[in-house]
Design a protein around this ligand. Structure first.
Ligand code: CP
Ligand code: NVA
Length: 312
């Protein structure tokens, strides 16, 4: 596996390897401080980012390399240079690249034409690096024996919901995604992919529209913003109304398991998808989750550059 383009591309063995190494990078950030010595990694983003950018630049630095951050309009792509040509040029200078953008097809095309590893740092339909940080956090809390546990995402059926389904499927977990029906439900493709993976891993994939039912007995309640980057502003009022019953609040947390934790990829909008008492409360693990963005991206870069991921 040359690239990490989609969450669903990872095998169980890949995820285990990535999370084991991330745990080591959590203990000792500099344990592979020469892995990228005298090398560069491009980080190209056409959408804003706080965590993914900071985590990626820090990860490259901890591996001994130099990050080169490129904003969307820094490159000639905006003036018509093709993705294929850009991929070839970046491959001539850098040892890997991470890209955050809108269309998944642009990331796939970069992967196709780049000779170096390409990492998806978020698209409209997926967010693989986030899910590794999420499961690094979940494993610290619950360990690897997750039989009988339920892992629930409540909210918009967006990139995070898709990635949640795919990673849960790979890990053989019981995952639930609870969203409104219709426009803000997860894409059928993402559900089908997760169900297909689940056939071979024994995962249970539930797509639900009743947040209380979904929350009941969950070990994790996860949510994400209701308005994602690039979502049409003219749909805001309609969307927030449809999502209102999916807010993670004290009532919903009360339906979860006694030892349940709250998670959120961030950025958060207190009073929309989550109440302040929950996200800032004792059961919230958001800061450890954000911390693991660096450990996991460092692990992804380390293993991809060494050609050690096999894919599914
Ligand atoms: N969770 C996440 O991807 O955050 P940023 O948008 O700040 O990178
Ligand atoms: N769904 C959100 C995730 C941000 C990390 C977005 O795409 O904006």
């Amino acid at each position: 596996m040359k690239d990490l383009l989609r969450t669903a591309d990872l095998s169980r063995a890949d995820v285990d390897l990535l999370l084991d190494t991330a745990a080591q990078f959590a203990q000792n950030p500099l344990r592979s401080k020469d892995a990228l010595a005298n090398r560069t990694v491009a980080i190209y983003m056409t959408k804003p980012s706080t965590r993914t950018r900071l985590a990626s630049e820090s990860a490259v630095a901890h591996l001994g390399g130099t990050p080169i951050f490129l904003r969307g309009d820094d490159l000639q792509i905006g003036r018509g240079e093709t993705i294929a040509d850009t991929a070839r040029v970046i491959s001539g200078f850098c040892s890997a690249m991470l890209i955050r953008t809108f269309a998944q097809s642009d990331v796939d095309e970069l992967g196709l034409h780049a000779s170096i590893p390409v990492i998806n740092g978020l698209t409209d339909v997926d967010h693989p690096t986030q899910l590794l940080a999420d499961w690094a956090t979940i494993r610290e809390v619950f360990g690897t024996d997750i039989a009988g546990r339920k892992f629930t995402y409540v909210g918009d059926g967006n990139n995070m919901a898709h990635a949640w389904l795919a990673m849960g499927a790979i890990l053989g977990a019981h995952v639930v995604v609870s969203t409104p029906t219709g426009k803000w439900a997860p894409d059928n493709d993402a559900i089908a992919t997760a169900r297909k993976i689940a056939d071979s891993t024994g995962a249970t994939i539930e797509v639900d529209h009743d947040p209380e039912n979904a929350a009941k007995g969950s070990s994790v309640l996860y949510t994400d913003v209701w308005m994602s980057m690039g979502d049409p502003e003219n749909e805001r009022a309609e969307k927030l109304k449809a999502l209102a019953p999916y807010q993670v609040n004290g009532h919903l947390m009360g339906l979860a398991e006694k030892d349940a934790i709250f998670m959120h990829c961030l950025p958060a909008h207190r009073g929309e998808e989550v109440t302040a008492d929950v996200i800032d409360g004792a059961r919230s693990h958001i800061w450890r989750e954000a911390f693991h963005r660096r450990t996991t991206i460092q692990s992804i870069m380390y293993h991809l550059v060494r050609g050690e991921l096999k894919g599914r």
